[in-house]
Design a protein around this ligand. Structure first.
Ligand SMILES: CC(C)(COP(=O)(O)OP(=O)(O)OC[C@H]1O[C@@H](n2cnc3c(N)ncnc32)[C@H](O)[C@@H]1OP(=O)(O)O)[C@@H](O)C(=O)NCCC(=O)NCCS
Length: 153
């Protein structure tokens, strides 16, 4: 077992100094889109009482290697921007982050956790299934109620 594999992951709410590391992580993981400015998404989530941005950092050196946005809408819990550094994937860190998100949801009084997977990223569904998530029979409908923010998808 490598030393890196033995590193412990500490999960917490992100702080201001984590901003550039989190944005870089989302970008390297291919999660950003032109119509979702990560800086304003992070600022908005951190400004609300029903959402947060979690970071996972190695205890040994403090490096941020994982992140997730957790929130709830007063009924269901949601996860966005789950990301693990490509250098540290397949070591259980994604699973640890989802556990932290679920713990956050439970602490908020939420008992069902949901998430959306973009078309084209279906390979990640196997990951979520390994964690006990099922593909929902629900259809998602959407409408840009502020057309000025409209993106391509
Ligand atoms: C998806 C992602 C977060 C997974 O993180 P990870 O740290 O590599 O995953 P883990 O090591 O915690 O895997 C947990 C379990 O899922 C399984 N798993 C992970 N990826 C898998 C895949 N592509 N296919 C099948 N199983 C997979 C693992 O085998 C493991 O199960 P096990 O413990 O029984 O072996 C990571 O690949 C990532 O950041 N991807 C890019 C960003 C992204 O797509 N985010 C999701 C947006 S919806």
């Amino acid at each position: 077992m490598s030393n890196q594999k033995m590193d412990s992951l500490i999960v917490s709410d992100m702080v201001d100094d984590d901003l550039e590391s989190v944005v870089a992580l989302w970008q390297v993981c291919g999660l950003t889109r032109p119509w979702n400015n990560p800086y304003s998404d992070i600022a908005f989530a951190r400004s609300q009482v029903n959402s947060t941005v979690l970071v996972g950092r190695f205890e040994q050196d403090g490096e941020i290697v994982a992140s997730a946005m957790a929130g709830h809408d007063g009924h269901r819990g949601w996860t966005y921007y789950l990301s693990v550094s490509p250098n540290h994937q397949a070591k259980g860190l994604g699973q640890a982050m989802m556990k932290a998100v679920e713990d956050w949801h439970l602490a908020q009084g939420i008992w069902k956790s949901q998430l959306m997977v973009r078309t084209g990223n279906e390979k990640v569904i196997k990951f979520y299934e390994a964690l006990g998530y099922n593909v929902s029979a629900t259809q998602l409908l959407e409408r840009w109620i502020d057309p000025s923010k409209r993106g391509d998808a």
